[in-house]
Design a protein around this ligand. Structure first.
Ligand code: NAP
Length: 255
């Protein structure tokens, strides 16, 4: 039994970079990958927060500060992580922001910031990490953290967010096609509501109750549950899956 689990889900010898992993879903994903044996680089906007998360995760996790929307910052991040870990086999594009604002009152700077972090960021990280994966010659796995809002608008005021994540789904498919000859898979997950540092305020204002009333499984997810599904998609068990978007929402979208 143990051998089968190791063969299918073990990440021993794999090197993973997870963005926005100082808190929330990213930290949950980084923890699961480390538990499966990967050497993990925890990246976050705040270097201190990344360091605290890496220390909490343990298993030799390293930390790095980076703004994923900034080209030079991403290039430096990937260079440093590849040097420290000896390569990169797994990239998880998780860093994302979700401010609210209706289209009719949209501030162009808010629109641009959401696109820069949620869409340009994954493209820059993918571009840089793929160069490292290709030079390693052993394939790789890229996972993009999208959202159910990429498929269905949950609330008024999330148009920039939904558009950025819809773009991320398409980037996922395009990149999957482009990198298949290199045996680099590219997939996305679409979580529904997840209890994180980022959703704390909105959930406290009654949003959590509203969501849970509609979710067939009756509750929002934990970051560890999203981490478990992420582990599957970057594991050997999923090596024949590429270009897919997997909904992880407790059944929300079937209602
Ligand atoms: P979170 O608790 O706010 O954590 C996101 C982390 O990313 C924070 O540590 C944040 O740092 C960091 N970050 C923000 N901008 C960054 C940048 N430019 N460069 C590097 N790091 C940056 O958010 P979350 O709820 O875990 O969400 C994580 C991802 O899941 C996002 O892509 C989000 O769209 C997606 N998602 C979340 C939910 C949900 O219900 N929570 C549902 C569907 C999809 P700072 O705090 O310093 O800004």
């Amino acid at each position: 039994m143990a051998n089968v689990l190791t063969e299918l889900f073990g990440l021993e010898g794999r090197r993973a970079l997870v963005t926005g992993a100082g808190s929330g879903i990213g930290k949950g994903i980084a923890r699961r990958l480390a538990q499966a044996g990967a050497k993990v680089a925890v990246c976050d906007l705040e270097a201190d927060r990344a360091a605290a998360a890496a220390a909490e995760i343990g298993s030799g996790a390293i930390a790095a500060g980076c703004d994923v929307s900034d080209e030079a910052s991403v290039a430096a991040l990937v260079r440093d992580v590849a040097e420290q870990l000896g390569g990169i086999d797994i990239l998880v594009n998780n860093a994302g922001i979700y401010p609210t604002g209706p289209v009719a009152e949209m501030d162009v700077a808010d629109w641009d910031r959401v696109m820069a972090v949620n869409l340009r960021g994954p493209m820059l990280c993918t571009r840089e990490a793929v160069r490292v994966m290709r030079s390693g010659g052993a394939g790789g796995a890229i996972l993009n953290v999208s959202s159910i809002d990429s498929l269905h608008p949950s609330f008024v005021g999330m148009s920039h967010y939904g558009a950025s994540k819809g773009g991320l789904n398409m980037l996922t498919r395009s990149a999957a096609l482009e990198f298949a000859p290199d045996r680099i898979t590219v997939n996305a997950i679409c979580p529904g509501g997840v209890e994180t540092e980022g959703t704390q305020a909105a959930f406290g204002d009654g949003l959590k109750d509203q969501l849970e009333e509609r979710i067939p499984l009756g509750r929002v997810a934990t970051p560890d549950e999203i981490g478990a599904v992420s582990l599957f998609l970057v594991s050997p068990a999923a090596r024949y899956i590429t270009g897919t978007t997997l909904v992880v929402d407790g059944g929300y979208l079937i209602t």
